[in-house]
Unconditional design. Sequence first.
Lengths: 115, 109
Amino acid sequence: DTGVSQNPRHKITKRGQNVTFRCDPISEHNRLYWYRQTLGQGPEFLTYFQNEAQLEKSRLLSDRFSAERPKGSFSTLEIQRTEQGDSAMYLCASSTDRSPYNEQFFGPGTRLTVL
Amino acid sequence: DAKTTQPPSMDCAEGRAANLPCNHSTISGNEYVYWYRQIHSQGPQYIIHGLKNNETNEMASLIITEDRKSSTLILPHATLRDTAVYYCIVRPYTDKLIFGTGTRLQVFP
């Protein structure tokens, strides 16, 4: 068990470009979450998958953001037409409904800088 | 919005107990109290959770008041590696996490 992995770890892009991040959850974790964290703030919930179904999306997730989890394993988060305000750490977490603790395991995050 | 209130920062001497308070006066009957911490440049890490009984694991103890309106996370023997931001979160058992701004704990030698 290697934990939750995220790629890339860092991404620098110019305003207006599209970016895509990948999250590989802990194997057999059926739940996957995306969060965004800006400097000095706690993580903010973006969206949540149970298996391949996207069950909840935050109002923070504008039309420029889209997330997928096509086979219920890895997930991608795409941001189209990036803006400087999108600069943040994007965190992925996974959990399993078979755990009595229902804890979420977080990856190291992808730090996005939009110039 | 976060349903918890925590002090923005605390200091603790290495080897001493760190007691981190959290107020959650609007907690509902089906909501658990979870604690996570985030060490600089890492993702948050689960510490402990509880419903109404006090809980202890290898990392910490959680004391929840009888009325459930507040709780305290106790790190019994703080080390320098415990320096982190600690988040207290109330949530239903299966819901997303809603983080506040947490308590920045600085452990000093």
